[in-house]
Design a protein. Sequence first.
Length: 189
Amino acid sequence: MVDSTVVLWGQTLAYTFYCLAILALMGWFGYKITRRGRQGVIKNTLFYSFVTFLIVLGVSLHIITYNTIPWAPIDLNRSEIRADKVFDIVAEKHQFILPAEKLVIKCHEKALFKVTSNDLTYGFGLFRQDNSMVFQMQVVPGHMNDILWQFDKPGIYTIRSTEYSGPAGVNMLVKDAVIVTGEETSQNN
């Protein structure tokens, strides 16, 4: 699985270029229709060629980046994948109740985080040591709330609520709750 920080960096570059191209079209169009003197008529062929280019580029970006989303293969084949570890977590009264003090997972294992809320809507997010997010999901009372994830890098992760659940929700944090052990894959070296 590709690390989400690599995906985010690549998508940031691609979509920044795309947005700059759109802004260039808007600037060019604005300049042409507001010029003084000779009436700046925009040639339909040139204008629609540029718009077509932007549409093709935008659709291509979505198609190319579709397969780079780390969780897409797991989600698409979810019914065929069995979790190596299942962690039943309860969220209530603005706290996470874990099945153990530390949730230990080996690299390459698939972990299923099943989170149940007994009172409010919460968020369940897993964060790296640098506070960047690995994944998150919304936890709604009375609904199945789970996420299947495969870890390809060892590390220590913090669980944090990612949904506003009132002023007390700011304290929904379990530092260093998930420990991933073992060797990382060669693609992430």
